[in-house]
Design a protein around this ligand. Structure first.
Ligand code: IPE
Ligand code: IPE
Ligand code: MG
Length: 252
């Protein structure tokens, strides 16, 4: 299925967001506040992931996208990076069968070539196993960067169009890592920072942004519901006037 791009057409504005994208931030500070090592925050963060996946499935969300490791997170101390990799492996070992049993499709996007071959193989197996599930698509962004995504899509687009020197958005979009999903309706960032940190730069063009001070390990279905309630109060105009949006609503 090809989804409408927010810049080339006015997309629908679903009452319940069809796609929620989250920057899961604040694990380290959650731990530090409790005088625990940062790793304790990451461990607790994995539990919060389990909770949000379940909550999204129950609320009829179609796509949940989670920023787990950015292309810039390699700059962290080596022990923290290797611990995050180990946590990723154990989370896959423990969660994939459960996700499959719950009809959840798992996708992992990012430059996976930098991960060790065992992890790459586990990811490929998990994606293959859950590929036909239809209830909810959970995308984990790992070694992902918005600029990486735009550049890899650009390179693929050029290779697919030999001799062409002028390109359109429609030519680029199918090569983006998440071309299988509509653009996020709702973006959430926990942990109090109000920045995009090189997440889905292209896809967030018209997403509603929601920032909360809650640290990721404390994220609950109540936090999710507060974000959805905030989204439901917004008027999504996509460049139009408020009157135009209101008129379209009464026509529907
Ligand atoms: C988010 O939490 C998890 C990852 C980036 C892997 P942080 O580890 O960034 O937590 P803070 O921002 O230092 O509190
Ligand atoms: C963004 O969080 C990346 C992830 C949550 C995976 P960071 O903690 O890395 O972001 P900055 O460094 O504060 O911008
Ligand atoms: Mg952080």
């Amino acid at each position: 299925m090809i989804f409408k791009s927010s810049t080339t057409a006015v997309p629908e504005t679903p009452a319940v967001p069809r796609h929620i994208a989250i920057i899961m931030d604040g694990n380290g500070r959650w731990a530090t506040k409790r005088l625990l090592p940062r790793v304790a925050g990451h461990v607790k963060g994995v539990e919060a992931v389990r909770g949000v996946v379940e909550a999204c499935a129950l609320r009829g969300i179609d796509y949940l996208t989670l920023f787990a490791f950015s292309s810039e997170n390699w700059r962290r101390p080596e022990e923290e990076v290797s611990l995050l990799m180990r946590l990723f492996v154990t989370a896959l070992e423990r969660e994939v069968s459960k996700m499959h049993a719950n009809n959840i499709r798992l996708k992992v996007v990012g430059d996976l070539s930098r991960f060790d071959s065992k992890l790459q193989e586990m990811i490929a197996n998990a994606e293959r196993k859950t590929a036909n599930n239809t209830r909810l698509t959970v995308t984990v962004c790992a070694n992902y960067g918005g600029r990486w995504d735009i550049m890899q899509a650009t390179n693929k687009m050029i290779a697919a169009n030999p001799g062409v020197t002028a390109f359109t958005e429609e030519m680029l979009a199918p090569h983006l890592a998440m071309a299988y999903a509509p653009e996020p309706d709702l973006f959430i960032r926990t942990g109090g920072e109000e920045r995009i940190s090189n997440f889905l730069l292209w896809q967030l063009a018209y997403s509603e942004l929601y920032f909360t001070d809650t640290f990721w390990p404390d994220f609950s279905s109540d936090t999710l519901d507060a974000a959805i309630a905030s989204y439901q109060k917004r008027e999504r105009r996509f460049g139009q006037t408020g009157d135009q949006v209101a008129k379209k609503k009464t026509e529907c």
